[in-house]
Every structure is written in structure tokens, then in C-alpha cells.
Design a protein around this ligand. Sequence first.
Ligand code: COA
Length: 160
Amino acid sequence: MKKAIYPGTFDPPTLGHLNIIQRAAAKFDTLVVAIGENPLKKTKFSIEERRELLKTITADLSNVEVLAFGGLLVDFAKEQKIDIIVRAIRTIFDFESETLQAEMNRHLGGVETLYFAVDEKYRLISSTLIREIASHGKRLDRFIPKEIEEVVYRRLFKQL
Ligand code: COA
């Protein structure tokens, strides 16, 4: 049974993330969506909130599991008996930083990273931009899955 892990901060999850989840879930028996808990990163949404948001948008994908992890990704992947990491590449800048992380993860834990090219429809999206747009009162319909748009917008409006 082939499993992969799709790690991220997901603060909040976007249509770009969901697109990668759907495409990766179609290629593996199980896809673990892993929310990174990094105390140095000041996130707007708590781990519990991000877990709920991700569960909501992946409810129709029966082979997707949403988990959270602290510490190193390779250790968590090993714990889950997974040796493939899925990551998304939007631009050449993503490619540079992702390649460094991929190499480090391979050296640290023998875990390979598989890149998915982000669909051009979602190339402009980033969680940071979404937080900023919503804080100024713009709705997020084009960027966030519709099931969570309302809750994410309400949470971010005037909160930045
Ligand atoms: N479409 C649109 N945007 C996307 C996207 C997609 N498919 N995939 C990612 N993004 C955006 C995110 O919204 C985010 O935007 P932001 O920076 O404006 O918030 C950005 O790309 C990167 O986010 P993300 O994919 O969540 O990655 P990250 O850089 O926050 O890394 C971990 C998260 C959890 C993978 C990483 O921190 C990690 O591995 N941590 C564990 C510690 C560890 O093992 N460190 C050693 C690594 S070698």
C-alpha cells in the first residue's frame, strides 16, 4: 500500500492546497495531510482550527487523513511509515527552497520528495496574501474552498 505525506502550514488552507491534495490523493492509496506545528511561526489559525478546516475540505476524499506534527518532518514520516513527501511548486523561487528542503530530508531520513506543479489558476495564491486581503475586507471566494470561505473570512477580517 503506497502512502505519501503532504506537509504544510495551511494558515489557512487554500484552493491551491486543495488542488494538490486531490491530485496527490488520486496517485496514492493514502495521503496524510500533515500540519506542521512550528512554535516560531506565529499562525493566525490554531492547530485545531487548521485541522478542522482541512477535514472539512477533504471530507469527500476517503483516502485522506489529516494529522498534525511537531519536530522534524522526517521523524514524523518515519513514525507514519511513509517515505514520500509531496510538495507543490509555484515558481522558480519555490523550486530553489523546496530543493534544499528535499535534499535535507533525503539525507536526514532517506525520504524522497515528489513535486507537483501548481495549476496556473492557483499560482498567485499564498496564505500570507489571503490573510492580508481578508483583513482589508475583500471576500476570498476565488482563493478559498467555498465550504470554509465564510469562517476564514470572518476570522481574518480586521484581524491582521
Ligand atoms: N497553491 C498555492 N499556494 C501554495 C500551495 C499551492 N498548492 N502550496 C503552498 N502554497 C503556499 C502557502 O500558502 C504558503 O504561503 P505563505 O508563505 O504565504 O504562508 C507557502 O506556499 C509555503 O507554505 P507551506 O507549503 O505550508 O510550506 P512551509 O514553507 O510553511 O513549510 C513545512 C511547512 C511543515 C513543510 C516545513 O516547515 C517543515 O517541514 N517543518 C518541519 C521541520 C523540519 O523538518 N524542518 C527541516 C526541513 S529540511
